[in-house]
Each structure stands twice: as structure tokens, then as C-alpha cells.
Design a protein around this ligand. Structure first.
Ligand SMILES: C[S@@+](CC[C@H](N)C(=O)[O-])C[C@H]1O[C@@H](n2cnc3c(N)ncnc32)[C@H](O)[C@@H]1O
Length: 197
């Protein structure tokens, strides 16, 4: 059954549907296939200086939750004194296996589906770098509101999207339902970053 699913996932449309609308198992199989295919071998180029500076500024030395963390590149780019703790969550076992090599006293990783995760504690900064688009569009607002409830009193959410024009609806959704703290463009790859609570 799993082999059949893996073969099916090679078809582009099926992959799209599985990653947005599938069960957690389907999402995991789909994302594992994407990692194995090498599609995201360039993820390190997306952890720009601008992103790191912004995450550090908004984390304010506190606790960070990185949703759809991939291989944990952001955790490795942050100055250790810029945060108190960092937890990265990703649905891909392939990504988490790589990320775990970056684990430390303050940095940990967990396999999980960000649409279904129920954090047990609150955070100063919750980030979605290039991962919000995988949340089922009909559940996006509910998912974001659920994470907003897990912010500490002055905590913030951050969403980044490269070539953001494809996902302008996400920014409209955020702007009309949350208090926007910062909304800006990075120089590289038409990447838009929005910070809100
Ligand atoms: C484009 S990659 C970005 C990875 C990382 N945030 C970065 O910027 O380097 C998207 C990531 O979102 C993860 N992802 C997609 N849907 C997810 C879900 N439902 N739950 C957890 N992670 C998910 C994928 O496995 C992948 O690692």
C-alpha cells in the first residue's frame, strides 16, 4: 500500500493534493518523497541574513516554535544568545532526521503535522518559513488562530513566502484577522514577510 502511494505521489497533481488535503501519513509520505527527490536541496539559500535578523529581533531572546522547520537550517543560523529555546516541527521524517543533527541543549526537533499539533506551552515567536501554503486553505485561519492562542503576552507570529504573488490570499487573510506588526519585502526572490499577533 505504501509503495503504491509513493508511486502515485510522483504525479505532480497528486503530490499537491496530498500535501494540502491529505492525512498526516499521506503528508509525511509526500514530503519525504520531495526531500528524497532533491527538490529542496537549495533550502540553505533561503536562510538569508535579513531573515535571521528579523527572527532574532522578534524572538527577543525568548522561546521560538518553527513550524515546518525542514532540516532545521534556521535554528543553525540564529545566534545562540538570540533565543532561550527553539523547537522545530516538521511532518517529514527525512527532514527531521537531518534536523536532529543540529539539536543541542536549547534546540530540539519533533515529527508532527502543523495542522494538528497542540503545543503544550506558549511561545514568544512562532514562525512559518515557506510552510503556511501547505496548510489546507479552508483551515488556515483556524490553524493560525490556534497558534495565536499559544503566544506569550507580547508574542508574535511570522509568515514568510517567496514569490508571494502566488499566495497573496494568505497575506489578505492575515491582514484582515490579526494585528500586523510588520509587513515587508526582502531583496531576494520577492520574499514577503509578515509579523502579527
Ligand atoms: C519549503 S520547505 C521549508 C522548510 C524550512 N521552513 C525552510 O525555510 O528552510 C516546507 C516544509 O514544510 C513542511 N511541511 C509541509 N506541510 C507540513 C505539515 N502539515 N506539518 C509539518 N510540516 C509540514 C515540509 O515537510 C517542509 O519541510
Amino acid at each position: 500500500m505504501l509503495e503504491f502511494l509513493k508511486r502515485l505521489l510522483k504525479a505532480r497533481g497528486v503530490l499537491f493534493l496530498a500535501t494540502r488535503f491529505g492525512t498526516t501519513k499521506m503528508r509525511q509520505a509526500a514530503m519525504d518523497e520531495v526531500y528524497k527527490s532533491g527538490t529542496w536541496d537549495d533550502l540553505d539559500q533561503r536562510v538569508s541574513e535579513e531573515l535571521v535578523e528579523m527572527v532574532e529581533a522578534h524572538a527577543g531572546g525568548g522561546d521560538i516554535l518553527d513550524l515546518g522547520c525542514g532540516p532545521g537550517l534556521l535554528s543553525a543560523a540564529l545566534a545562540p544568545e538570540a533565543f532561550a529555546s527553539y523547537l522545530g516541527v516538521d511532518v517529514s521524517a527525512e527532514a527531521i532526521a537531518i534536523a536532529n543533527k543540529r539539536a543541542s541543549e536549547k534546540v530540539s526537533f519533533q515529527l508532527g503535522d502543523i495542522e494538528r499539533l497542540r503545543p503544550e506551552r506558549s511561545y514568544d515567536l512562532i514562525v512559518f518559513t515557506e510552510s503556511i501554503m501547505y496548510v489546507n486553505p479552508t483551515r488556515r485561519l483556524k490553524v493560525l488562530k490556534g497558534y495565536a492562542d499559544k503566544l506569550k503576552p507580547r508574542g508574535r507570529l511570522m509568515v514568510t513566502v517567496v514569490q508571494y504573488q502566488r499566495f497573496e490570499a494568505i497575506f489578505d487573510l492575515i491582514a484582515s484577522n490579526f494585528e500586523v506588526v510588520e509587513d515587508r519585502m526582502f531583496r531576494h526572490r520577492e520574499r514577503r514577510v509578515i509579523v502579527f499577533s
